[in-house]
Write a protein that binds this ligand. Structure first.
Ligand SMILES: [Zn+2]
Length: 146
């Protein structure tokens, strides 16, 4: 029984040992099959995704020349990637600033124990006060990795 390849659209006959085969045996179509499978896997399975990203990073570290060559041959990829990274850095920076504002109202606020009280809607202090210990957090900025 003949089927239609999901990649190239040509009719093909599945092998008896793989009756559910949906791609023909052409190497290009098999690559496409793996690519789609990986994409689907990445979207659905965060463990797989983390692992996959780790593997790619490790692989890239072990194959620095591949990436150098790839970048040399694909300048538009580098530009796009740099833009994305800058957007990510920008976003991360905004998040850090927002966090600092909350956790560190004044840069001069020294560590120590503070008494805090609730200010009610009419401007008076609520009945209860709390002693809290405040330790300013060190905020560490990640280095740019592009
Ligand atoms: Zn095909």
């Amino acid at each position: 029984m003949s089927k239609q390849c999901q990649s190239c659209g040509r009719p093909f006959t599945p092998r008896p040992q793989t009756p559910h085969q949906t791609y023909c045996t052409h190497p290009e179509c098999q690559r496409e099959r793996r690519r789609r499978w990986q994409q689907q896997k990445r979207q659905g399975d965060s463990d797989y995704r983390d692992n996959d990203i780790r593997n790619s990073k490790t692989w890239a570290l072990e194959n620095p020349r591949y990436w150098k060559q790839y970048r040399d041959e694909n300048p538009e990829y580098v530009g796009r990637n740099r833009n994305l990274q800058q957007q990510r850095n920008q976003k991360q920076r905004s998040a850090l600033i927002a966090n600092e504002d909350v956790s560190n109202p004044s840069p001069q606020l020294p560590s120590g124990r503070y008494r805090i009280a609730r200010i009610l809607a009419d401007g008076t202090i609520g009945g209860q006060t709390w002693i809290v210990e405040i330790t300013p957090l060190m905020v560490q900025m990640d280095g740019e990795d592009v």
